[in-house]
Design a protein around this ligand. Structure first.
Ligand code: BTN
Length: 320
């Protein structure tokens, strides 16, 4: 069995949220109860709460829906690779790019080193969220990637809206917000190849059901779909499928027409439109009124009647 295969088999059994005895699990995997206990300790470090009750065995605090290739059925892209445990889905595609077809994607149940923008870490507990990456080759090279991250933000919102989520917003350039809190993030990375086509990896993380225990690790206001849907449950496989459909559409449209077809939609979703914001670029902070984006995807700040575009920086609401 491959690394983690036994732990994943235990989790498949426990995913129903019911109690399973050490004996039952041991028999299933042909290992001792003490070996099961050791595997459980490691699994607990993957961000899951597992109860152990004498006479009953082990149970997850909540049932989890594992990703399944039978349920992620979108067929216009190569079949997604489903990973149990990986450092980062973006890194996985970057490492394997030479052998992959454009359009290859992967999902993971757990990332040991999930990463966010600006060198931040992306908290990635097992089985509770979406950790997704997509490899795409843009034949027109690096200049053709301008504004892509904004279009991807729109794609994520489109997928979530299809599944009944409302009041979604975008924070420039591509954070997905709900009720002033971050629900999902996008990280686009390029392979180090020079000249010719651009080889890009689009990474998307969506909080579906994230425990408050992770507050300190996240370090910014966040929300998950469980709250955004008013306690309703989002099916992970359904969301995975919808995300693939939406990204496929957006990537194709972006490839032929660039950012243009997405600009009005982006502006209609802009969380900060007409609000006073600060833009921090290095140690420089610029204040102004947010006026959406220009044709390149730069954020527009208005100050004393003058509009200035910015292509980088971190946006926040001005605190008075
Ligand atoms: C952000 O900081 O807003 C970007 C977060 C991107 C997280 C996703 S999860 C899947 C993919 N793999 C990673 O390591 N990061 C991205």
């Amino acid at each position: 069995m491959k690394e983690h295969a036994k732990k994943l088999a235990i989790l498949r059994k426990l995913s129903d949220g019911l109690f399973h005895s050490g004996e039952e699990l041991g028999e299933l995997l042909d290992i001792s109860r003490s070996a099961i206990s050791k595997h459980i300790s490691v699994i607990q470090g993957w961000g899951l709460l597992i109860y152990k009750v004498k006479g009953k065995g082990y149970a997850l605090s909540n049932p989890i829906e594992l990703l399944s290739k039978d349920k992620i059925t979108f067929a216009q892209l190569p079949i997604p690779i489903l990973l149990g445990v990986v450092d980062s889905t973006n890194q996985y595609l970057l490492n394997n790019m030479a052998t992959l077809k454009s359009g290859q994607s992967c999902f993971a149940e757990y990332q040991t080193a999930g990463r966010g923008r600006r060198g931040r870490k992306w908290v990635s507990p097992f089985g509770s969220n979406i950790y997704f990456s997509l490899y795409w080759k843009l034949d027109d090279g690096l200049p053709a990637t301008m504004g892509l991250s904004l279009a991807i933000g729109v794609a994520v919102v489109n997928a979530l809206e299809k599944l009944g989520c409302t009041n979604l917003k975008l924070k420039w350039p591509n954070d997905i917000y709900w009720n002033e809190k971050k629900l999902a993030g996008v990280l686009i990375e390029l392979s180090a190849q020079s000249g010719g086509a651009a080889h890009i990896v689009v990474g998307v993380g969506i909080n579906i059901d994230l425990d408050e225990r992770f507050n300190d690790d996240i370090g910014q206001p966040w929300v998950d779909l469980a709250s955004a849907l008013g306690g309703g449950k989002m099916q992970r496989n359904k969301l995975a499928n919808e995300l693939l459909i939406s990204l496929f559409d957006v990537m194709n449209e972006f490839e032929s027409e660039g950012l243009k077809p997405f600009i009005e939609r982006w502006k209609s979703l802009d969380n900060f439109m007409d609000r006073e914001i600060s833009l921090q670029l290095g140690s420089t902070v610029t204040k102004g009124i947010c006026k959406g984006i220009d044709e390149q995807g730069a954020i527009l700040l208005e100050k004393n009647g003058i509009l200035t575009p910015f292509i980088g920086g971190e946006v926040s609401i001005q605190k008075n």
